[in-house]
Design a protein around this ligand. Structure first.
Ligand code: MOS
Length: 732
């Protein structure tokens, strides 16, 4: 491989799907309008707990364009909803739509109107009369614990004697943090378009981060073989986890489409994206930390409770990072859940770690202050050198360098540790920092690559590009192996009929997909070499192993033939390769590392707080695309600012109803809230993990950011805010 070819890996190549998106040629789920399309619109419960006592559709049925109205008692019978991650058919809300009259959360589907237009369906939905018999709703975590207690969760860990070491320690803290429900707000709303052909094959376009898993789940629910279902998701208008698994609207859309014998489209209204498509649950986390006389951690306990629904147990593994980030011989991590009347929670960017590191990295700051050590130095003194929870070495860990480089770029040395001591004009400047961390996963994957006689290459994999740049990095990998230029490479993703690829989640798509793509490309080249050296091949009689690949051509004995010439001579239309790659081994603990440094500015005169500057140094192994990788960290930092200062879905404590369930009232950062963001990518290949040494970068950037903000706010104001978001009322 020449250096020129290899340099495509790491290059900041612009997204190859960008022009299609800009020109409106990229079709999202709801852009698919098959002939004879009917439109669904939901009727959503207006109580959070109880049951539907009466449902009258008479008036609604008489509305213009109405085709049918479905509800419990008039809905096709379905099989059970599966939920197996291992089998690849996981569904987060396992209750089937309209299964019974029960209402478990506000915004649950209680009826589905299908009409000849979106407007007619919506108008009729408003005429469906529902009366409820309401029970007292469990509205939040405290009410859940009070009413129903807790259930044991998963992901727990214990080593040494944390309580004993706590008692004997030189310094200690015992503090509790809280994080609210956060709701995914991708630009593209959840939407499904489903139709069945005469042979009973289902096609569904869905806003999905996992077309294969959705196909497998629908296969169970409809009791038809997976090969008779095709799930399409070629473009996703962002997915932060809410599009990972199949939600009731998609199941209902497929079911009523079969019942009506025509295509049906259903778009989930923005308000119901706060209820029926998952959220990051509320957490309460008690942190007990203790140090010896030298400022070394000797005891660490992280006990988390998160809210879940009455239908499913979702565990937010807040202590997932706590187990291994710091060296500590006596440590326990425990997770419990409590049931509340909300929809089933789900993964949201860095599930577990995002709320968990708010607690851990705030508590580490508090512990450093209690021990009398600079918070940066405290971390450097206590970072783990190996994974003590798994008793394994890290495959590659550059957190010390990341922390030091970010500190130097940020100017941490200029920090006056005295609270409120750094002023600029009317503003008090606060400096805070936190570590960030995320697991690195690589799943099994299949891929196919075809080198075609027209000089192009076609690569396919049933993974998705959720806006992060997967199309582009797949093309980079193909170009890297074949030497074919990017503009002659076609990448097809987001179709469950392609070779099985991973969900776009867990920050594992890059590490999982690229080795399979590269393997398939090499197999295609092997086939091409066989053609070149075979009977009427262009290098007939030569040994395939003696041929080299240079810039989209084969070279042998000083002669060069383009792929097209090779294929034309052998009279084949293409040379094809398929590859299967396995999940990562368990020889090492594979994780990504980093550190955030944050500057906040607090104007006490007008009670204004802003995040003005962020420096993040991230160690995710090899960076495949410098532009899209940087974008991921920048986006995660912005989302972390939202988590730190703004985002919370509020529920009425009297009845469990969400009250700020729209884009106007659910506050996310806007342009005016953006800090200067400086991203340092360390770029050390982790070759024990995969051939590219790449670990994935989607989630790590949000972890720790809210804690770094909180730590900076404490430095500026002296106030330790232990409950997100850090709103002004908490500072006055
Ligand atoms: Mo991510 S929460 O795995 O989409």
């Amino acid at each position: 491989m020449s250096d020129k070819q290899h340099s495509i890996i790491g290059a900041g190549v612009p997204r190859i799907d960008g022009p299609d998106k800009l020109a409106g040629r990229a079709n999202y789920a709801a852009d698919n309008l098959p002939p004879n399309l009917a439109y669904g619109y939901g009727v959503f419960s207006t109580i959070a707990s109880g049951k539907v006592s009466q449902l009258s559709v008479d008036e609604a049925r008489r509305m213009p364009g109405v085709i049918d109205i479905f509800h419990h008692g008039h809905f096709p019978s379905l099989y059970r909803t599966p939920s197996s991650f291992v089998q690849g058919n996981k569904v987060e809300e396992t209750r089937l739509p309209f299964e019974d009259e029960r209402v478990y959360y506000e915004g649950q589907f209680v009826a589905l109107v299908v009409a000849d237009s979106f407007e007619n369906a919506r108008a009729a939905a408003r005429r469906v009369k529902v009366t409820y018999s309401a029970d007292q709703a469990v509205a939040n975590l405290d009410q859940g614990v009070e009413a129903n207690g807790t259930r044991a969760g998963s992901g727990n860990h214990s080593r040494g004697d944390a309580p004993g070491a706590f008692e004997d320690a030189a310094a200690s803290i015992d503090v509790t943090y809280r994080t609210p429900v956060e709701t995914h707000n991708p630009m593209e709303m959840h939407a499904s378009v489903a139709y069945w052909d005469a042979q009973g094959n289902l096609t569904i376009y869905d806003a999905s981060q996992g077309v294969v898993v959705e196909r497998n789940a629908l296969s169970k629910i409809f009791a038809i073989p997976p090969e008779r279902i095709t799930v399409h998701a070629p473009y996703i208008g962002s997915g932060f986890g809410s599009k990972l698994w199949t939600w009731p609207h998609a199941i209902a859309t497929a079911a009523v489409s079969r019942e009506l014998g025509r295509p049906v489209q259903l778009v989930v209204p923005r308000q119901q994206m706060f209820t029926t498509t998952g959220h990051r649950p509320e957490t309460r986390q008690r942190m007990r930390l203790a140090t010896d006389g030298n400022g070394k951690l000797v005891s660490l306990r992280h006990e988390a409770i998160n809210t879940t629904s009455f239908t499913d147990q979702y565990v937010e593994t807040c202590g997932s990072v706590t187990k291994s980030l710091y060296s500590c011989p006596n440590l326990t991590v425990s997770h419990e859940t409590t049931q509340v009347n909300r929809g089933t929670p789900t993964s949201m960017r860095a599930p577990g770690a995002a709320p968990g590191l708010f607690a851990l990295e705030s508590a580490i700051d508090e512990m450093a202050l209690a021990a009398g050590v600079d918070p940066l130095q405290f971390r450097l003194d206590n970072y783990a050198e190996r994974d003590e929870s798994l008793d394994l070495d890290f495959s590659s860990n550059h957190i010390v360098e990341a922390t030091k480089r970010a500190a130097e770029t940020f100017g941490w040395a200029d920090r006056n540790p005295e609270i409120g001591s750094m002023r600029e004009g009317r503003e008090i400047v606060g400096y805070g920092m936190a570590a960030c961390n995320w697991e690195a996963l690589k799943r099994p994957c299949d891929a196919r690559v075809s080198i075609r006689a027209d000089g192009t290459v076609f690569a396919s994999c049933a993974t998705q590009d959720i806006g992060t740049g997967t199309y582009t990095i797949v093309a980079q990998a193909v170009s890297d192996v074949t030497g074919i230029a990017l503009d002659r490479i076609t990448v097809k993703l987001g179709d469950s009929s392609y070779p099985e690829g991973p969900i776009s989640g867990g920050s594992w798509a890059t590490a999982t997909t690229l080795p399979a793509i590269a393997g398939a490309a090499r197999k295609a080249l092997d086939e091409l070499k066989r053609y070149a050296t075979g009977g009427n091949g262009i290098f007939a009689g030569a040994h395939a192993d003696d041929l080299s690949v240079v810039d989209g051509a084969l070279r042998y004995d000083g002669k060069q033939a383009s792929f097209t010439e090779v294929l034309d001579a052998a009279r084949y239309g293409s040379a094809d390769g398929e590859a299967h790659t396995e999940a990562a081994d368990s020889k090492y603990s594979y994780r990504s590392f980093g550190a955030h440094f944050v500057e906040v500015r607090w104007d006490p005169g007008i009670s204004h707080l802003r995040v003005s500057r962020v420096v993040s140094a991230i160690d995710v192994g090899k960076v495949i695309n410098a532009t899209t990788a940087r974008n991921q960290v920048e986006g995660a930092v912005v989302m972390g600012v939202g988590m730190g200062l703004f985002e919370a879905t509020e529920y009425d404590t009297r009845n469990g109803r969400p009250v700020n369930n729209d884009y106007a009232e659910y506050v996310v950062p806007v342009h005016a809230d953006q800090p200067e963001i400086d991203v340092i990518l360390l770029d050390y290949p982790d070759l024990a993990f995969n051939e590219y040494g790449a670990r994935g970068i989607g989630e790590i950037g949000i972890t720790g950011l809210a804690a770094a903000i909180g730590n900076a706010v404490h430095h500026a104001t002296g106030k330790r805010i232990r409950e997100l978001p850090i709103t002004l009322d908490k500072l006055m």
